[in-house]
Design a protein around this ligand. Structure first.
Ligand code: PEP
Ligand code: MG
Length: 839
């Protein structure tokens, strides 16, 4: 007899038959763990027995399920077969009543094996621990069992006391909302929901169509298969339940930025029917473009999975190490994406990080390891089971997310086996594969491939989004015929959805010619990048570069920059444990000046604080970091730090080429204070020259006070990234709002117009150093509103100068003032396309 006490409980098998982990149950809700921890048996007998002593809490009206409360408080759902509720009780005979006390091994219900097996989806039956937040289930065996064999250990969770305190002190609240996310609740929106829920102590769940999922599990959320505009119920339970509920309702009803991409992408998942063309495979365009090149077949390497019996502790450690290795790789990708402000890449890999922590995956793998599986096998099976769950949901979008799980499967297996991603691919090759994963795509784009084509895949997959972002032409859904091709050279016409397998030499030559012309256009822009950018009517626009180091400055000069429009000095201060001293700072600033020949360099004083914390610069924790002590406000709390930077700046030469820029200014006194400090430091250092001093216009207050600021500043530089954030009250890094944080919003255009008008009163020039300056669609508007310097990313200098040279400044002025009257950023973009089309 199992030894039951108040803490631990051993459950005996309620049925005889092979044992399955939940992940292998062919039912998305059970398999995702949404109903709780547990185990399943594929039964060979006709009676369900009590797995322990307890009270019958509930008997399903249809007789297919019974809930018991064990003496230690664990609540156990015994569910016979899948979808057996639909039999409406036919074939079931319940042998106990609600409220009855039953002994371990007592018969609970009998069923007609043949009848039920014939009419239901599967006889696989479940033993689910429904209060899994209090207890944990650990399988004792995954082999076949007979009724009464030890099956599961039930232990109280260590956090149980804390958890129950929260339960007691908290309240339960709920609300209903329609899902605004394009395509429903798939990986990225689900990751956002999980992230939102994790900001609160309360536990939240989503309920849809009779199923529930914890907001902690990405897979559980996806398994609900909630479609766009479908209504879900959200419930939150705990001390901050009301706040959690509001945040979740908001997150569910705010469409993610990907909507714009989804709109840009063709929607069909399978290739449209087209008349067969000899020598051509038809697919779906996932990223536009036309390329020719050698076809390179990329076969996924199948990594060995070890089926032997292993020491659980060792395997657990190996899996933990592999998971943290992959986690830190993904974190690096994320950091880079953040630096490059690549919001698609950020959202996709943030979802991968969340998946890597998903309890549905980790618990299933841990269970298999406990039962003696190797870490490779446990991880592999756990992923395969969840892929099957996603693929059974009947939603192509969710089925595509299985590819993200396969990516994580491969990455963790590689880490476990000590292997690396390695293929020798010729430059410019067109890579053919069954289906590529997001991390494959990052490797391939680094290797300079020309294009991608896949037998499977969809145009809304994460790979497709990444391919579009990298400008790599990509076709998907080309069918398995793709994998049989041996051709040397092919043409990938992604816009036309065609992979030409036997292009004539004329066709190859034409495609090469088109590519050549495009490259020539870029080369021409590049070759003219060193000249001045004058509009057709002779207005000079300075096109400078945003850089973060002397190496980047050298690149910018080589690319034709007229100067540095923004040196973000944070590069010197971050990722280290001690502050750079004055000497080190001086050398770094001087190196940038030297790298720029005789061109001017605008150096912005340090913009840390808020969310950008430095180890050696402890600042008070902020409730609202972006509204706190950041930018020039640092002078308020750490004046010596700013003085040191100003001293370093005053010691570069020549000072006539060094312009100082102050971030986050909101009022004139901040500028006057720094002017006074500069005067005092110049006297102290016996410096006679004064560097020009400019103000960033990146909060609405500064734009509205532009005239007063311009009276005392030498120039103004508009930071459209922060100006958008503060004008629109939208976090500039919010994945769910990214498509709406658009600096072409008419409200921002009004602030830009007001800035230029204010500066003009005192004959000061205005530049733009935020991302809007690099957007060619915005170039005519900015020129029209009065901006005379654009500081762009170094690679875009030629393109932006070329754009300037095709514009008429007075026409820009006439037309752009009308844009201020429009209603939205989308309307402004549309009008820009009409007035100044981009080829
Ligand atoms: C801006 O806010 O537009 C800007 C250029 O500054 P940063 O992006 O460094 O905040
Ligand atoms: Mg800024």
């Amino acid at each position: 007899m199992p030894d039951n006490n108040n803490k631990e409980l051993t459950l005996s098998a309620p049925l005889s038959g092979p044992v399955l982990t939940l992940a292998n149950v062919p039912d998305p809700v059970f398999a995702s763990g949404a109903m709780g921890d547990g185990i399943a048996i594929d039964p060979l007998n006709d009676t369900l027995y009590a797995p322990c002593a307890g009270v019958v809490m509930h008997v399903a009206r249809t007789g297919h399920a019974i809930t018991l409360r064990a003496d230690n408080g664990a609540e156990l759902l015994l569910h016979l077969g899948l979808d057996t509720v639909e039999l409406q009780g036919e074939g079931f005979a319940v042998l106990v009543e609600e409220g009855a006390h039953v002994a371990n091994g007592q018969a609970l219900l009998r069923y007609d094996v043949d009848k039920v097996a014939l009419q239901c989806k599967s006889l696989v039956s479940l033993l689910i621990l429904t209060n899994s937040e209090e207890f944990q289930a650990r399988p004792i065996t995954l082999k076949s069992v007979k009724v009464g064999d030890p099956l599961l250990h039930i232990v109280r969770r260590v956090t149980q006391e804390v958890a129950s305190e929260i339960e007691i002190s908290g309240i339960e609240v709920h609300g209903h909302i329609r899902i605004a996310h394009r395509g429903g609740l798939h990986a990225r929106p689900a990751a956002l929901i999980r992230q939102t829920a994790q900001g609160f102590q309360s536990k939240s769940q989503l309920h849809f169509s009779g199923k529930s999922a914890s907001c902690d599990s990405l897979i559980g959320l996806m398994s609900l298969a909630v479609g766009e505009q479908q209504e879900v119920k959200v419930s939150s339970h705990g001390p901050d339940a009301q706040a959690a509920l509001q945040a979740l309702l908001q997150a569910l009803s705010t469409a993610l930025a990907e909507d714009s991409h989804a709109a840009a992408a063709p929607t069909p998942i399978t290739a449209p029917q087209r008349p067969a063309e000899k020598g051509v495979l038809h697919g779906v365009c996932a990223a536009p473009g036309l390329v020719a090149g050698p076809l390179f077949r990329l076969n996924a390497i199948s990594l060995p999975v070890d089926a032997g019996n292993h020491d659980p502790e060792q395997q657990r450690q190996a899996l933990d190490a592999a998971l943290s290795h992959v986690r830190s790789d993904i974190e690096q990708t994320l950091a880079l994406a953040r630096k490059q402000r690549n919001t698609d890449e950020q959202a996709i890999f943030a979802a991968h990080l969340a998946l890597l922590e998903d309890p549905a995956l980790l618990d299933a793998a841990a269970q298999s390891i406990t039962c003696g599986s190797a870490a490779t096998q446990a991880w592999s099976e756990s992923i395969d089971a969840q892929c099957a769950v996603l693929q059974q949901l009947g939603s192509p979008l969710l089925a595509e997310r299985a590819n993200d799980l396969r990516d994580l499967k491969q990455r963790v297996l590689r880490a476990l086996l000590g292997e690396t991603w390695h293929y020798e691919i010729p430059h410019g090759a067109i890579v053919a594969a069954h289906e590529l994963t997001p991390s494959d795509l990052l490797h391939l784009s680094q290797q300079g491939v020309g294009g991608l084509c896949m037998a499977a895949g969809g145009a809304t997959s994460h790979v497709a989004i990444l391919a579009r972002g990298k400008g790599l032409p990509c076709l998907v859904a080309l069918s398995s015929a793709l994998l049989e091709q041996q051709q040397e050279s092919v043409v990938l016409d992604a816009d036309g959805g065609r992979l030409e397998l036997t292009p004539s030499s004329q066709r190859l030559a034409d495609v090469q010619q088109a590519l050549l012309e495009q490259q020539q256009r870029r080369a021409l822009q590049q070759s003219q990048a060193h000249g001045n950018a004058l509009t057709l009517d002779g207005v000079h626009i300075e096109v400078a570069a945003n850089v973060a180091s002397s190496a980047e400055a050298a690149d910018a000069l080589a690319n034709g920059a007229d100067g540095v429009g923004l040196l973000r000095t944070e590069f010197l201060f971050v990722d280290r444990h001690t502050a750079p001293d004055q000497q080190e700072q001086r050398q770094a600033y001087q190196a940038v000046l030297d790298a720029m020949g005789d061109k001017p360099v605008i150096i912005r004083t340090i913009d840390v604080g808020g969310d950008k914390q430095l180890d050696y610069l402890p600042l008070p924790a902020e409730a609202n970091p972006v509204l706190g002590l950041r930018g020039i406000r640092l002078a308020q709390v750490r004046p010596e730090l700013l003085d040191q930077q100003l001293r370093a700046l005053l010691s570069v030469s020549p000072l006539s080429r060094c312009r100082i820029l102050l971030p986050m200014v909101t009022e004139v006194d901040e500028l006057l204070h720094i002017r006074q400090r500069l005067d005092a430091l110049c006297a102290e250092l016996r410096v006679t020259d004064r560097p020009e001093l400019g103000v960033m216009i990146e909060v609405p207050a500064a734009a509205l006070l532009a005239e007063q600021l311009a009276e005392h500043a030498d120039f103004l530089s508009i930071g459209t990234n922060d100006l958008s954030q503060y004008t629109l009250a939208m976090d500039r890094d919010h994945a769910g709002l990214a498509s709406r944080v658009d600096a072409l919003h008419p409200a921002l255009l009004r602030l830009i117009a007001q800035t230029c008008a204010g500066a003009a009163v005192h004959q000061r020039w205005v530049g733009v150093c935020g991302a809007l300056a690099s957007d060619p669609l915005a170039t005519p508007v900015l020129i029209g509103l009065g901006v005379r310097e654009l500081s762009v990313s170094p690679l875009q200098i030629g393109e932006i100068k070329d754009r300037v040279r095709h514009l008429d400044a007075s026409a820009c002025q006439r037309l752009s003032h009308d844009l201020l009257k429009l209603r939205s950023a989308a309307a402004v973009r549309q009008a820009c396309q009409q007035h100044w089309p981009l080829s």
